[in-house]
Design a protein around this ligand. Structure first.
Ligand code: GLN
Length: 446
């Protein structure tokens, strides 16, 4: 049935860079035959899952939606892929994204934009727009995305699905093409909260191949599904319900919180004063790390190389000029500038200090509350072309999501209503490594 839905809807939404549905169908038929022969059926046996195209898949192109990696076939699997394979999943394809995950609309893909399944004149959000659109259109039951500043949660909100960014370190980044290494996390995009818990159980855990992955014990996330929320404390941060937030969305999220209060949760107003600097600090730290991470695309090691050049210097610069798109170049320049001597203290170091303050804001709040609830986005999905020529406008669509990455805490976006036929998302943020409670509240609400 997913195969048939894909035939029908994929031509309209363009969620895949590499569509492997034909192969997936064959694999499913093959797996059907095996069913009678295996004793213990692995959890994901035969379950189709789409993978964002910045997650390394052995033998399958991993392009990051960039010209520079257009024909790159990795010789290894990311740890998350290895884990999904062990559980018997079937890969349905590699999904479109903003080039190197830099963007909020999937319009920065070097190949084509993905469309929002609810209204094909609108963006699906980004950067995991292909994954969210595919799940939103019901052409696949689940997908993996990556989230550096909102790239799982924002497209999940725009496409009416569930998207979880785990605590930094919860999931191995081995094989995730690096954008901003201190912020990047892989996470699930699913139709239900329970499905997110299933995937979290599989992909979480310490990985010797990623030194930043955490050895914190991984609980059974499914055990949080169905738990009551009586007595649970919900933080309502005033700074997230201010000017710039659409009034209907504000009412919807506040209404949802009221609902949870009626069911026995306690709502506590909190203040997170450094929230207002999160975007500025993020757009210094993320590009700084990106400028360093993207230095590896030099036309020598792997990826695209310009066909004509007269010396090494020219080979480097032409390769990078032809291989990278405008947004990626903008970030490399911004990052290089912020890290250069003379500007480092004023920009990068300052931004790192702000990051610490943001972290402290969260920790202070979590002394009083169990979770924090906010809108995921200031408005619903915008029109294709509306913000793409105005990067600052585009950056502002991350206003409610970036601080979660800066603090390294987990956050989920779940659907909480519709505005003019378009889905609205609500964000539930938890303490470090407490995805369990986040899933509990999300499932209860759902
Ligand atoms: N939209 C944000 C950016 O452009 C976040 C991207 C992401 O989370 N990968 O950086």
């Amino acid at each position: 049935s997913f195969y048939e839905r894909t035939q029908k809807f994929e031509p309209e939404i363009n969620s895949y860079v590499t569509n492997l549905m034909e192969e997936a169908l064959e694999e499913a038929q093959e797996k059907d035959k095996q069913l009678t022969q295996i004793e213990e059926i692995p959890e994901l046996f035969g379950i189709p899952i789409a993978i964002k195209d910045n997650i390394s898949t052995k033998g399958i192109k991993t392009t990051c939606s960039s010209k520079i990696l257009e024909n790159y076939i990795p010789p290894f699997d990311a740890t998350v892929i290895k884990k999904l394979k062990e559980k018997g999943y079937i890969i349905t394809g590699k999904t479109n994204l903003d080039e190197f995950a830099m963007g909020s609309s999937t319009e920065n893909s070097a190949f084509f934009p993905t469309k929002n399944p609810w209204d094909t004149e609108r963006v699906p959000g980004g950067s995991s727009g292909g994954s969210a659109a595919a799940v939103g259109a019901g052409i696949v039951p689940a997908a993996l995305g990556s989230d550096t500043g909102g790239s799982i949660r924002q497209p999940a909100a725009f496409c009416g699905v569930v998207g979880l960014k785990p605590t930094y370190g919860r999931v191995s980044r081995y094989g995730l093409v690096a954008f901003a290494s201190s912020l990047d996390q892989i996470g699930p995009i699913t139709r239900t909260v329970e499905d997110a818990a299933v995937l979290m159980n599989i992909i979480s855990g310490k990985d010797p191949k990623d030194s930043t992955s955490a050895s914190e014990e991984v609980p059974d996330f499914l055990s949080f599904i169905g738990r009551d929320i009586k007595g649970l404390k919900i933080g309502l941060p005033e700074e997230f319900f201010v000017e710039g937030l659409d009034s209907q969305i504000k009412e919807m999220v506040l209404g949802s919180i009221k609902q949870l209060e009626k069911e026995g949760a306690e709502v506590i107003e909190i203040s997170m004063p450094t929230t207002k600097y999160a975007i500025e600090a993020y757009y210094i730290i993320a590009p700084s790390e990106a400028s360093s991470n993207l230095a590896r695309y030099d036309g020598v090691r792997y990826g695209y190389r310009t066909p004509e050049y007269s010396d090494l210097e020219e080979m480097y610069s032409k390769t990078r000029d032809e291989g990278f798109g405008a947004e990626v170049k903008r970030r490399i320049m911004l990052g290089t500038y912020s890290l250069s001597s003379g500007y480092y203290d004023a920009y990068y170091l300052k931004a790192q200090k702000v990051r610490t303050l943001i972290y402290q804001d969260f920790m202070k709040a979590f002394e009083k509350v169990d979770v924090i609830i906010t809108p995921t986005t200031p408005d619903v999905a915008f029109k294709i072309g509306e913000k793409v020529s105005d990067p600052l406008q585009m950056y502002l669509s991350d206003i409610f999501t970036v601080s979660v990455n800066m603090a390294g805490v987990p956050g989920i976006s779940i659907p909480c209503g519709f505005k003019e036929g378009l889905p609205v998302g609500m964000q539930i943020i938890g303490k470090p490594f407490d995805e369990g409670t986040v899933l509990q509240v999300a499932h209860y609400y759902e």
